[in-house]
Design a protein around this ligand. Structure first.
Ligand code: DX5
Ligand code: ZN
Length: 214
């Protein structure tokens, strides 16, 4: 079962509620929320206030992607605001195991994100503790960038690790997902696809969601 997680980074922030309802009606499985702090990535987006505001708008799980330094400081607040899944970058966590435990203590799902150049080995020893691995297929910070195809073998690597150690693990990809790249990622072993500009840039979001689900 392939799940689609539209990224609201490409939505109209002046009509965020409507844009979220639109993709929910269009068949989305998760709402992907990109949190950027201007330090870990060169862009600033949204904080817990916005997560709190959109929580009553949708029944879909909120998949909160933290692209921030020192995530431990903000995890309880994002969980309280209504996050169902929080993913943290391995590159931003000095004590990754502790951070994962902190997310799980909030009673929600925990995931780990790898930048395109970060090897899969970095999650080998915590793969049984997590619910999701998110592989960045662009350098994080902005929507609308081109898919980095050298990440594809990493998807297969994580899928093989998951088969052995954590068959329930969700493998999500994020960045530059369109009809063609979605197919490549699914074939390599991904089961959750994030898409921002492809879905929100389309006049028929339901059709765009269908197209990438394959
Ligand atoms: C990038 C974000 C992505 C972004 C994807 O840093 O993590 O979620 O919104 O946008 P597209 O699908 O346009 O590449
Ligand atoms: Zn993201």
């Amino acid at each position: 079962m392939i799940k689609i997680a539209p990224s609201i980074l490409s939505a109209n922030f002046a009509a965020l509620g409507e844009d979220i309802k639109d993709v929910e009606l269009g068949g989305a499985d998760y709402i992907h929320v990109d949190v950027m702090d201007g330090h870990f990535v060169p862009n600033i987006t949204i904080g817990p206030l916005v997560v709190d505001a959109i929580r009553p708008i949708t029944k879909l799980p909120l998949d909160v992607h933290l692209m921030i330094e020192n995530p431990d400081q903000y995890i309880p607040e994002f969980a309280k605001a209504g996050a169902d899944i929080i993913t943290v970058h391995v590159e931003a966590c000095r004590h990754l195991h502790r951070t994962i435990q902190l997310i799980k203590e909030q009673g929600i799902k925990a995931g780990v994100v790898l930048n395109p150049s970060t090897p899969v080995d970095t999650i080998k020893h915590i793969i049984q503790d997590i619910d999701m691995v998110l592989l960045m297929t662009v350098n994080p910070g902005f929507g609308g960038q081109a898919f980095i195809s050298s990440v594809v073998p990493k998807i297969t690597e994580v899928r093989e690790m998951a088969n052995e150690w954590n068959p329930e693990l969700e493998i999500e990809v994020d960045g530059g997902i369109n009809e063609e790249t979605a197919k490549i990622c699914i074939e390599a072993g991904a089961n959750v696809l994030v898409a921002g500009s492809f879905i929100y840039g389309s006049s028929d979001r339901a059709q765009a969601i269908k197209a990438i689900r394959g």
